[in-house]
Design a protein around this ligand. Structure first.
Ligand SMILES: O=C(O)CCC(=O)C(=O)O
Ligand SMILES: [Fe+2]
Length: 315
């Protein structure tokens, strides 16, 4: 906590914000009691966030100073053997291709990205890092609030590589396919998810914390575990509207093949029924797009929402 709260600008602006939203009908005493209470909680919350940030910094520094990768070349995007046909399409800057296919007219695209052998080397590197964490008594952060198994790639050296993957592959495709997303894509969360018979076997229905998501199957051997898609939804319709029949479809993972979809395209991973499945997931974000979403009238449903389109068709 700051020693000199009078000069704590963050606290002052928080107080100003709360004060401006207080009921006009309260007495001075009621206002003071309420403000004190809110402020105490706010300080506790801020201290907790700061402590978490300090711990994360320490954790990342420990990895940076001590972890030595098994295959350093995997961390350099320039050495990734990206599919030649895909690279040719990106140079042409055109939609006209058999390589990048849209699944019906769903706004979900699929294309070959990496050779199987390279995917296996990535899988080996992930296992190497996980084992290093176990050997060194370091905890593994779960990839996000839903996936329990897997690793955060940005934590152990892949951050620059995944920024390059986003900028060189995801961004040009976003520009071609998802016109409503304001570019640039300027941050990401990169992780690997893992499904196995003795771990998680499936993932529940959700949207991603991203503008656009790239999902690449890395291996190894598994049966089932398809992705089910159930409609693009804005924040007001995400949990209040069932998928329409025509919005529902399944995507079968194949090693080395990518699936590109909007973060707001609701999906779930069906259970695998044998083996082990690992996928690289890149949640790509755009701060301009996020700001536009925040500033939009919250009752207003944007044109890209499946419900908005439905309403327009019915009129
Ligand atoms: O298991 C998959 O392929 C999808 C994982 C996913 O949707 C996610 O982590 O956000
Ligand atoms: Fe997801």
């Amino acid at each position: 906590m700051s020693n000199d709260n009078e000069h704590d600008e963050e606290e002052q602006s928080f107080l100003q914000y709360v004060t401006s939203h207080l009921s006009m009908h309260w007495s001075d005493e009621q206002r003071d009691t309420y403000l004190q209470d809110v402020l105490l909680n706010w300080r506790k919350h801020r201290e907790h966030s700061r402590e978490e940030a300090r711990l994360m910094e320490k954790y990342l520094n420990t990895i940076k100073d001590n972890f030595r990768s098994q295959s350093p070349e995997l961390y350099d995007f320039n050495q990734w053997p990206i599919d030649e046909k895909l690279l040719a399409i990106l140079k042409q800057d055109s939609l006209d291709s058999d390589t990048v296919k849209q699944i019906r007219t769903t706004g979900v695209y699929t294309f070959p990205l990496l050779p199987t052998a390279f995917c296996q080397r990535l899988v080996n590197e992930l296992a190497y890092f996980e084992q290093w964490c176990v050997d060194n008594g370091l905890k593994l952060y779960r990839p996000n609030s839903m996936n329990k198994y897997g690793v955060i790639l940005d934590h152990f050296g892949f951050e620059k590589c995944l920024t390059d993957l986003m900028t060189n592959i995801v961004q040009p495709l976003t520009q071609l396919f998802y016109k409503h997303i304001t570019l640039p894509l300027d941050s990401h969360h990169g992780f690997a998810v893992e499904y196995a018979m003795n771990k998680d076997r499936k993932l529940d229905f959700h949207v991603d914390d991203s503008a656009v998501t790239l999902n690449v199957c890395l291996g190894e051997e598994f049966t089932d575990g398809e992705l089910y898609f159930g409609g693009v939804r804005c924040s007001s319709h995400v949990s209040t509207s069932a998928p329409k029949k025509e919005e529902e479809f399944f995507f079968e993972h194949q090693i080395g093949t990518a699936c590109l979809h909007l973060g707001n395209h609701r999906h779930r991973a069906l259970p695998i029924t044998s083996g082990r499945r690992l996928n690289l997931i890149l949640w790509c974000r755009s701060s301009s797009f996020d700001n536009e979403k925040d500033n939009d009238d919250h009752d207003e449903c944007p044109a890209w929402c499946g419900i908005h389109l439905k309403e327009a068709e019915n009129n």
